[in-house]
Each structure stands twice: as C-alpha cells, then as structure tokens.
Design a protein around this ligand. Structure first.
Ligand SMILES: *Cc1c(COP(=O)(O)O)cnc(C)c1O
Length: 400
C-alpha cells in the first residue's frame, strides 16, 4: 500500500491528536529511515531522542529477541532476573542509590511527583494535602492530567479541566522567581536542564547551580526531568552535569530503551524513594524483564560505543557549521551536544515549511514551538553524515 492510501486509512480510523509530516516509514537502520515508496531519509529527530543509539541497533534488537523468547512479563507480583541487574547497572552508571522503573516518560514524572509529595508529608512534615510543587514556564513533562495542570501551553489544558491543584509555575531561567515562590509547603521544584519541546532552550549560565542551592537551603527536592536531555543527548550523560550539581531525583525514559520499547525510570536516593511502601504505587508492565533486558543493552551500547562523547564532539561540529550558514531567516542557533535548535525569525513564517522542504531533500526534522527546527539525530551519526546533510540544510535556509 502506498503513502496516500495509508494516510487516508489512518486519518479515517485513528484519532487526530498529531499532525505528522506525510512520510510513511516502513523500515529503519541507524540514522536512516525508508518510506513505503522506497525513499531514504536521514532521521534528525530520532523519535524525540528515544533513538539515541540509532534505529534497530543490532545489539539491542538481539537482546530484545533473546529475552522475548525467555520471558516477557512476570508482573511485580513475582520477581524476574533482569530488573535487579537493570537497577544495579543504572545506579552504578549514574551515581544514584535507587531506581523505580515505569514505562512512559509521563509515568516517570508522575512517579517523581508522587514521591515528592509523600516525602513532603512523611519526611519534611508538610500538613496533609498542603504540598506544593513548583514547575517552570514553557515546560514539557508529558500529557497526564496532573502534568498538564502545570503546563503553560494553553492548548495542552484546554478542555481537560478540572486540573490538579498543588502546582505553581515560575519563569524558566529566573532563580529569584523560584526563591520567591517557595514557602514552607513547597516540596519540590521540577525542571528540565534543557527544555526540549520548549524549543531547545538552555537557561543562562549559573541558573541550575543557583536553583540547586535554593532548593537545598529550603529543603525542597530538585527534580531534573532528563527524559529528553539525558542519556547522552546533550553531550554529557545528563545535561545537569554541565552545572556540576546533584539533583535529588532524575526522570529518564526515551533513549533508555534505544527506542525499542517503552521504558522509563526515576533515579533517586534511598531516603526519597524509600517513602514508597508495597502497594503505594505500581505498574503492570513497569520493570518487566523484556524492557529491563532491552534497557540494560541500550545503556551498554551508549557507553561502549562512546555515543555520549560522539554527541559532544559532533554536536559542536554540527552547531558551528550551522552557525556559519548565512541566512536572513535565522534568529539564533543554540544547543548542547547533538541537541540543536535553529530558531527562525517571524518573517520566516514558521518552521513547518522548512521541515517540509528538508523532507523533500531527504532529511526528517520536526518543528517545535512554531519557529524552531530541532536537529537531534541519533548519536551514532558520523562527520560524513553531517557533511552530507549540511548543503541541503543550507539550501533550505537560504533559498526557501
Ligand atoms: C517526552 C518527554 C516526556 C514525556 O515522555 P512520554 O514517554 O511521551 O510520556 C517528559 N519529559 C520530557 C522532558 C520529555 O521530553
């Protein structure tokens, strides 16, 4: 079946909660994907950074196949032989003491929010139902009702009320605003060290360090949402490492499975995750042996193939080459590692048409926040691959 027919079927039978580019992908390998017509594209979105290890990485697919033939799901009513090793390996890799596994990113964030509230009541001594959590303007942490309750994107909330109480929002990048919003009921501050969906926004130097100090001083938990920025995307294991800080909780997901399966987790200390007792929280699929085996291999690939280092080096190269392009449309090019945003001026009339034009030249990107083109290819990309893409990007940015 060809592109038009498949799109028509999806439009008829599938809910319209996305506006995808009209490319129907049939297979993928590494940084490349192929559509049903046989056209080949470089993937510069990497499924919102879930495919950091590259599409269908042979080692990850092999781990998946081997585990799928043994046991896929036990539920947490019983134990399995993969989850303990995933937890241990994650702790050794990240320096945290404990892991709570979930599936989607939103579930990991919900888990961190629940842990923070319970910690507030049981440890900090906040009065029942008074806990407050502070988030940032322009945040993205998922689509559950509680998470959209602190979104500043009107569309994400419109029609979904009543919203969950207990959240405050302060300006991203403004540490004084955080300090002013804290009161004795504040239990946590949730922040993305780099805002991905918000348009690859990097806060000013020193911001993360300052908010970390403010949280410590006020006995407020610092939760870093690294679901997109983490696991090498920013050129370090976690984006918060640029600031030399230690958050109390970190949420991860996306690339934790190399895009092969939904796996997410909360990383934290015994003191904090220790607030959960049996029965407090759970998930049928969370911590399942198939997901755990895939995640273990995905983390090994990240380290053994030096993908974090590659992201750092080639991210710098890619960004510098993009910055050298002389285009009247470009307002700013920013990024860390292979997490790059090209912000366009209003006269460019939106990033969407640039993404369409890039698609026609064999590069898949997605606009974020109307005016930003995000370049976030799999971290296995080579300098030669980037050199292949650059003239096409230049053509689009200068002649459209
Ligand atoms: C994608 C994302 C999420 C949500 O993850 P899902 O798997 O889509 O639920 C949360 N936080 C950040 C920073 C993200 O980029």
């Amino acid at each position: 079946m060809l592109t038009k027919e498949l799109i028509a079927i999806e439009e008829k039978y599938g809910a319209h909660n996305y506006h995808p580019l009209d490319v129907v992908i049939e297979k993928a390998k590494g940084i490349w994907v192929w559509d049903v017509e046989g056209n080949k594209f470089m993937d510069c979105l990497a499924a919102y950074s879930a495919v950091n290890q590259g599409h269908c990485h042979p080692r990850i697919i092999n781990a998946m196949k081997e585990q799928a033939e043994k046991v896929t799901l036990t539920s947490r009513a019983f134990r399995n032989d993969q989850l303990p090793l995933l937890c241990k390996e994650l702790c050794e890799m990240t320096g945290f003491e404990m892991v709570l596994p979930m599936n989607s990113g939103a579930e990991a964030v919900e888990t961190a929010l629940k842990a923070a509230r319970k910690w507030g009541y049981k440890v900090k001594g906040v009065k029942e139902n008074q806990a407050e959590i502070i988030a940032c303007t322009n945040n993205f942490s998922g689509r559950t009702i509680s998470i959209i309750s602190f979104s500043t994107e009107e569309q994400y909330k419109d029609g979904f009320g009543p919203l969950t109480p207990g959240y405050k929002v302060v300006e991203y990048g403004n540490a004084e605003a955080l300090e002013a919003a804290i009161n004795p009921n504040t239990v946590a501050f949730l922040v993305e060290p780099i805002q991905g969906e918000g348009g690859v926004i990097i806060p000013t130097d020193g911001y993360m360090k300052k908010v970390s100090e403010i949280c410590k001083k006020n006995n407020v938990l610092l939760i870093a949402d690294e679901i997109q920025s983490g696991l090498g995307r920013s050129g370090k294991l976690f984006a918060y490492m640029y600031d030399g800080i230690q958050p109390d909780m970190v949420t991860i997901g996306k690339a934790l499975s190399g895009g092969a399966y939904p796996v997410s987790a909360v990383l934290s200390s015994k003191d904090i995750l220790g607030v959960f007792n049996p029965g407090d929280h759970g998930s049928t699929f969370g911590g399942n042996p198939l997901g755990a085996a895939i995640a273990r291999e995905s983390l090994k690939v990240l380290v053994e193939e030096k993908l974090i280092e590659n992201s750092f080096e080639l991210g710098k190269y890619f960004k510098e080459k993009l910055q050298a392009i002389k285009s009247g449309y470009v307002k700013e090019i920013r990024g860390r590692g292979l997490f790059i945003g090209v912000e366009l001026k209003p006269e460019a009339k939106g990033a969407r048409r640039f993404c369409e034009a890039l698609k026609d030249r064999g590069i898949l990107c997605k606009e974020t926040h109307e005016n930003v083109i995000r370049f976030a290819p799999p971290l296995i990309i080579t300098k030669e691959d980037i050199d292949w893409a650059l003239p096409k990007i230049e053509e689009v940015l200068t002649t459209l």
